[in-house]
Write a protein that binds this ligand. Structure first.
Ligand SMILES: Cc1cc2nc3c(=O)[nH]c(=O)nc-3n(C[C@H](O)[C@H](O)[C@H](O)COP(=O)(O)OP(=O)(O)OC[C@H]3O[C@@H](n4cnc5c(N)ncnc54)[C@H](O)[C@@H]3O)c2cc1C
Length: 483
């Protein structure tokens, strides 16, 4: 049974390596429309901010495919799926037969229908999704003084912070009444806007973009600013970054007659509900009504599907994932999870909240039926480990509620420390690695964070857990030294 994977992004590339870890023989082909080797898309924000180079974010190097008998077609786009013949047609003119087809085509950036973009984006206006986009933004930022980022979600704020760090005067134009409205309540959004202001980033809220202003530049249209509906008016800019959300890339699947709602509709075995020979993972698929926009579910789906396709675990199923968002922007610590919008008076929930806008701190925990169902930590995140564990495992909160907001109260600090953390606690949420797995790996001889990462992948997603992994490794080392 040959397997063909369409898309060599974060989900597709992980699936291919997971399959090879379980089965060295099954014929495997992967098509990737991007010319590069697979890379960690999450870390593009760090590349934009200058904290990492493109060469540091690779996931699977080209030589790996040859060594592992995988036919990798870099820079080749699949153009059609013929389900009756079980063949995919690609931009290199090939027709490749499959026994099982996996669609992992991710998402594409939404370019809203703003006047001035009908004939494509003018020079100096760029989306932010791929390494190519990132390189183009960095290039454009070099000659620019003022930037407007359209969209104040996670991506827009990370882009704005990166550009401000490069010395640009940055405005974020956001349609909603507060920043990151999907993850934050209005109070947190307000504190975040203040924090960004201190970092030189202005937020225009409830801002309706009415046009991209352009001028003729040697025959090309070049962006000069963004028109906003009254009372905002125009914001001049030499660079405009569009961070207006993403849409699942489902064109191929639709054209092939597969069931598509917002994403390609799959069951717990990641199988298309239309055709059992077709599976879908990552941002292009929809499971139980949900399309995920984070890497942890995509990687979990890849592991489940590898188990199923290789027969390593015929009973493996994807049952849904909890969503934890961590902002990667220098000077802004932010972690948000679950239901964060409840008000103090909402029936059925208990809300704990602390705000100190002058220090950029906002903390909120929502408990329902003796379970932590949501939390925001902004500006001070020392209880993030405790809260993510409580949220992740739907565990009862401590009797001393304050300990969830402030480390050191009610033993929270101790629970967050490597010593007290239970073995079952998830340390790396992107890769679903527990403290127990890190300990087991250490016991087999791994002694550094990099060796742990090579063996377990902990810390190789967003990188937010590397300090915790480091703490565990140090603590295990201290345990081993007789005093
Ligand atoms: C700047 C940025 C920061 C992010 N930060 C975070 C974060 O902190 N935490 C988090 O969890 N998530 C984050 N994300 C989201 C995360 O990157 C995605 O959830 C993840 O990449 C989804 O993986 P995927 O494989 O489904 O899609 P992708 O990684 O987009 O991969 C899809 C691939 O399929 C290819 N493709 C599409 N169509 C075809 C075709 N017809 N033929 C061949 N190839 C095709 C595409 O070119 C692409 O390479 C961030 C995203 C961005 C852009």
């Amino acid at each position: 049974m040959s397997i063909v994977v369409i898309g060599n992004g974060m989900a597709g590339s992980r699936l291919v390596t997971e399959i090879r870890e379980r089965d060295r023989e099954v014929p495997l082909t992967v098509f990737g429309a991007e010319p590069e080797q697979p890379y960690n898309r999450i870390l593009l924000s760090n590349v934009l901010a200058g904290a990492a180079g493109p060469e540091q974010i690779g996931l699977v190097d080209r030589a790996w495919y040859g060594r592992n008998g995988v036919d990798a077609r870099h820079g080749v786009e699949v153009t059609a799926i013929d389900r009756a013949a079980r063949v995919v047609h690609a931009s290199d003119g090939t027709a490749t037969p499959y026994g099982t087809l996996v669609i992992a085509t991710g998402s594409r950036s939404i370019v809203p229908p703003i006047p001035g973009t009908e004939d494509g984006l003018p020079e100096g206006a760029l989306a932010f999704r791929t390494l190519d986009d990132c390189r183009a933004i960095i290039g454009a930022a070099e000659g620019a003084r003022r930037a407007v980022v359209i969209g104040g979600g996670l991506l827009g704020i990370e882009a704005a912070r990166g550009l401000a760090g490069r010395g640009l005067d940055v405005t974020v134009a956001h349609l909603a009444g507060h920043l990151m409205e999907r993850q934050l309540d209005p109070g947190a959004g307000e504190v975040l806007a203040r924090t960004l202001r201190r970092l030189g980033i202005r937020a225009r809220l409830e801002a309706h973009v009415t046009s991209l202003r352009t001028r003729d530049d040697a025959g090309a249209r070049r962006v000069t600013g963004v028109g906003l509906a009254p009372p905002d008016g125009d914001v001049p800019a030499d660079l405009v970054v569009l961070a207006c959300g993403v849409r699942p890339e489902t064109g191929l699947a639709r054209a092939a007659g597969l069931a598509v709602d917002r994403g390609i509709v799959v069951d717990g075995a990641l199988r298309s509900v239309t055709d059992p020979a077709v599976r879908a993972i990552g941002e292009c698929c929809q499971h139980d009504g949900t399309v995920y926009g984070l890497v942890a579910p995509a990687w979990e789906q890849a592991a489940v599907l590898a188990d199923l396709l290789t027969g390593a675990d015929a009973g493996a199923r994807f049952t849904g994932a909890r969503q934890i968002t961590r902002l990667k922007a220098a000077g802004v610590d932010l972690v948000a999870m679950g239901e964060t919008h409840h008000g103090d008076d909402d029936p059925g929930v208990e809300v704990m909240r602390f705000a100190d806008a002058s220090r950029g701190t906002y903390k909120k925990v929502v408990v329902r039926g003796d379970r932590v169902v949501g939390a925001i930590l902004l500006g001070e995140t020392s209880t993030a480990g405790t809260l993510t564990r409580l949220y992740d495992r739907a565990a009862p909160p401590p009797a001393e509620r304050l300990g969830m907001l402030f480390a050191g109260v009610g033993g929270a600090q101790a629970a967050d420390s490597p010593v007290r953390m239970p073995d079952l606690a998830t340390v790396c949420h992107c890769n679903n690695v527990s403290k127990g797995q890190i300990r087991a790996c250490w016991e087999k001889g791994a002694r550094s964070v990099d060796e742990i990462a090579d063996a377990t992948r902990a810390g190789t997603g967003c990188g937010g857990c590397r300090d915790t992994v480091c703490g565990i490794v140090e603590w295990l080392g201290e345990q081993a030294v007789p005093s």
